[in-house]
Design a protein around this ligand. Structure first.
Ligand code: 3HC
Length: 283
């Protein structure tokens, strides 16, 4: 498959990270978001991240400016019509994602792959919303995208072997390490990560230790680069809650019950870094 131009849907932390990585790997990229402020913020994040990588000598000044020049932005989903592959990284909302995929299916050439960065929504269901389930696949990136090497390549029930192979090849061209996973709630990553974070929040709610103690134990005792509460703030508490709700509902086991403190914090708008307050405060 000859991929030159990639459209990314969503300019949030992950969407802008994917845009950056694709542009830095030599692809032409159109980053699409209906909110102009999100596009502005996404571009600023990319500029800052490329600047840091250049400062550290991980990319040259030439690569930095080439990556920036390869990025176009648009507020209109129709801009994806000219792309050779689409990666959707919109808000984790099933109705929204299904609608976006129906529209992408109608807008884009029938032979191109439509990938989703969903963290827990069924790829089988997303594929079934289109007329090309064989070309719908999960490309699950990790935050911060420019630094994390994994891409979980998720195979829905209808995804073809050719689509999986092309997605694995693309992930490698992006400098990532793909790991293939079958479609199941939370895939491998969030099936394991989010229950750990949820348990850390239970420990906080029950007064087993302070936030610093809980994070400190996991950092120093298990060599995790960040404690689970700091990580929850980075991922977004709304995302963690959503994943726990999917695991609880779709796997039907009490062990996945979302912690009430997590649900209360999301109700209060304490979503972590992106809202300025989560388990910690951010300026
Ligand atoms: N671009 C470029 N540079 C960046 C960056 C970015 N996006 N983000 C951080 N950096 C830089 C920092 O500025 C820092 O630079 P410095 O050394 O000049 O100060 C350097 O990277 C190292 O960062 P830090 O010193 O702040 O901290 P760490 O050494 O701990 O590294 C980290 C940062 C790579 C984020 C590390 O803490 C880590 O691996 N944390 C865990 C991340 C993780 O688990 N991600 C997965 C989340 S789950 C997910 O995304 C899936 C979803 O579906 C829920």
């Amino acid at each position: 498959m000859n991929i030159k131009h990639i459209a990314i849907i969503g300019a949030g932390a992950v969407g802008s990270g994917i845009t950056q990585v694709c542009a830095a790997s030599g692809y032409r990229v159109t980053m699409i978001d209906i909110y102009p402020q999100a596009l502005e913020k996404g571009l600023a994040t990319i500029q800052k991240s490329l600047g840091k990588l250049a400062e550290k000598g991980r990319i040259t000044a030439g690569q930095q400016s080439a990556a920036l020049e390869a990025i176009a932005t648009s507020g209109d989903l129709a801009a994806a019509a000219r792309a050779d592959l689409v990666i959707e990284a919109a808000t984790e909302n099933p109705d929204l994602k299904l609608r976006v995929f129906r529209e992408l299916d109608a807008l884009t050439r029938p032979e191109i792959i439509l990938a989703s960065n969903t963290s827990s929504i069924s790829l089988t269901k997303i594929g079934a919303a289109t007329k090309r389930p064989d070309k719908v696949v999960g490309m699950h990136f990790f935050n911060p995208v420019p630094l994390m090497t994994l891409v979980e390549v998720v195979r829905g029930l209808g995804t073809s072997a050719e689509t999986v192979a092309a997605t694995v090849e693309l992930s490698q061209k992006l400098g990532k390490t793909p790991i293939e996973v079958n479609d199941s709630p939370g895939f491998i990553s969030n099936r394991i990560l989010c229950p750990m974070i949820n348990e850390a929040i239970y420990a906080l709610m029950e007064g087993v230790g302070t936030r610093e103690a809980i994070d400190g134990v996991m950092k120093l005792g298990m060599n995790h680069p960040m404690g689970p509460l700091t990580l929850a703030d980075m991922v977004g508490l709304d995302v963690v809650l959503f994943v726990m709700e999917v695991l609880h509902r779709d796997l039907g086991e009490d062990k996945y019950r979302p912690c009430p403190l997590l649900a209360r914090m999301v109700d209060a708008g304490y979503l972590g870094r992106k809202s300025g307050r989560g388990f910690y405060q951010y300026s």
